[in-house]
Design a binder for this molecule. Structure first.
Ligand code: NAP
Length: 461
């Protein structure tokens, strides 16, 4: 297998703009050694000190908003407007952890009877040490920041192995933390390929790993860390359902459905991918949804008027095309779109596929592009069965104004996130993560920062 080059290749044109030499094994060893040494000092710093640096990083990121947004768009093709929003969200997430980390990780005292003979007893959240983050390209800043902000605030240090197609975003992040005043070794970017990850994971100085990416990548990292008895958080793929019931506001549901499917050019783990619609409103929803999907502006992601830019990689375009071809060949109806866009770059038309059947690959696989599958169901039981019918369990969305139906969806959707009358979004305040083959562990909120801690029981006589 030829390793993927570490390069910036503009997905809107296919042009390779810049290539980078991978770090040598010696450079990787040096980075781990520095990180490990830095941790011994960093873990002793106060929350106030860490928070001041993180706030400074947030301020710098806000100052850089336009330039880093352009870089993200150039490297992976998200629209410039969504790139700006992503950078702003990262600054907000940093400030949230700067403000709340100390309270989230405060010692938890237990009542004296629970620890007989103790003058005091408590649980303490202690940092783990060097944490490796293996990250995907689709949200090149946010995926990293939602690991880095809590991990650093908890007193850990981070190594980043970013996706090979976003090296400049990866280097920017290291530089950002350095400029904010974090000591060398607190946050280090490793320019390495996927095959070099194992060596880093097996290094005894590396104590834990978090991976956001595909199932095969999660399996590999999870297996190695299992072998090494190291903590992991895995945030993997999803094929989120978007259920529409008769009481829903259909026009609003259709409008949000388009954003839920096509955000980030259709390449979001928590994008709604399967639209499961009650028979009573199926035709009306299909019409309203298809009308909006067909009206989306596809084009240059730097253009302010563009709604949908290119897919990030040529391989990604081929995968989406093959899934739609397979559905078409097996009898699906294509209500709009259905083909790659002619010309340079890796664009795919916003597409609605109806008359889906279980033998179609699109039924079970994650579609990472602006392609929606429509499913007709007779009642809420069938909707929930179908929604839970994949191996994934990341996000889920249901539209209904009936309180009893809302309770059913909250109770019975087997997913890490349930969103009623909206679309799945991540917030610093709410835990984020999946169940089943979408992974385990949580990011964000108190749960996310505690993933990178070990819980020490303290008994003082
Ligand atoms: P990917 O191919 O799994 O890559 C993700 C990261 O893992 C990259 O840094 C990649 O490095 C590395 N990697 C790949 N194979 C590896 C292996 N065997 N061992 C160690 N590292 C490995 O995924 P992607 O195509 O970039 O991203 C899309 C996937 O991420 C989708 O499935 C999406 O749903 C998922 N995702 C999940 C979440 C979530 O929060 N649950 C969020 C965003 C995305 P190279 O680039 O060098 O190959």
């Amino acid at each position: 297998m030829t390793p993927m080059p570490i390069a910036t290749q503009n997905p809107a044109t296919g042009e390779i703009l810049e290539t980078f030499d991978a770090h040598t094994p010696e450079q990787v060893q040096a980075a781990i050694a520095t990180a490990h040494a830095t941790f011994q000092e960093w873990r002793l710093t106060s929350f106030a000190h860490r928070a001041a640096l993180l706030r400074r990083a947030a301020d710098l990121l806000d100052e850089d908003n336009e330039s880093i947004a352009r870089l993200m768009t150039l490297e992976m093709g998200k629209t410039l407007k969504s790139a700006r929003a992503e950078a702003a969200k990262c600054a907000k997430g940093m400030r949230w952890y700067a403000e709340h980390a100390e309270a989230l990780l405060a010692d938890e005292p237990v009542d004296p009877p629970a620890a007989v003979g103790a003058s005091r007893a408590f649980a303490r959240y202690a940092p783990l040490g060097v944490v490796l983050a293996v990250m995907p390209w689709n949200f090149p800043l946010w995926q990293v920041v939602r690991f880095a902000a809590p991990a650093l605030m908890a007193g850990n240090v981070g190594l980043l192995k970013h996706a090979s197609n976003v090296p400049q975003c990866a280097l920017y992040l290291e530089d950002l933390f350095r400029r904010a005043g974090f000591p060398a070794g607190c946050f280090t970017t490793l320019l390495i390929g996927a095959r070099e990850v194992e060596g880093v994971l097996r290094d005894p100085r590396v104590r834990a790993a978090t991976l956001t990416g595909s199932e095969p990548a999660g399996q590999s990292v999870g297996a190695i860390c299992g072998d090494e008895i190291k903590k992991t958080v895995l945030e993997l793929g999803g094929s989120d359902p978007f259920v529409v019931m008769p009481s829903a506001d259909l026009e609003r549901a259709a409008e949000v459905a388009v954003t839920a499917r096509c955000q980030n050019n259709g390449q979001s783990c928590i994008a709604a991918k399967r639209f499961i619609v009650h028979d009573a409103v199926y035709d009306a929803f299909a019409e309203a949804f298809t009308r909006r999907m067909a009206a989306l502006v596809v084009g240059d992601p730097m253009d302010e008027a563009t709604d949908v830019g290119p897919l990030a990689t040529e391989g990604g375009l081929r995968d989406v095309d093959a899934l739609v071809d397979d559905a078409r060949a097996k009898g699906a109806s294509i209500l709009c779109g259905g083909r790659p866009v002619d010309g340079p770059g890796w664009f795919f038309e916003p597409t609605v596929v109806a008359d889906m059947t279980p033998d179609m690959a699109m039924y079970a696989e994650e579609v990472f592009g602006p392609v929606a599958g429509l499913y007709r169901v007779a009642d809420i039981d069938e909707a929930i069965t179908l929604a839970n019918g994949t191996t994934f369990g990341l996000g889920s969305n249901a539209w209904t104004t009936d309180p009893d139906e809302q309770d059913r969806f909250v109770r019975d959707l087997d997913a890490g996130v349930v969103t009623i009358n909206g679309m799945t979004i991540s917030y610093p305040e709410l835990p984020f993560g999946g169940t089943k083959r979408s992974g385990y562990g949580r990011e964000l909120s108190a749960h996310g920062i505690r993933e990178f801690c070990q819980i020490k029981a303290v008994w003082v006589g």
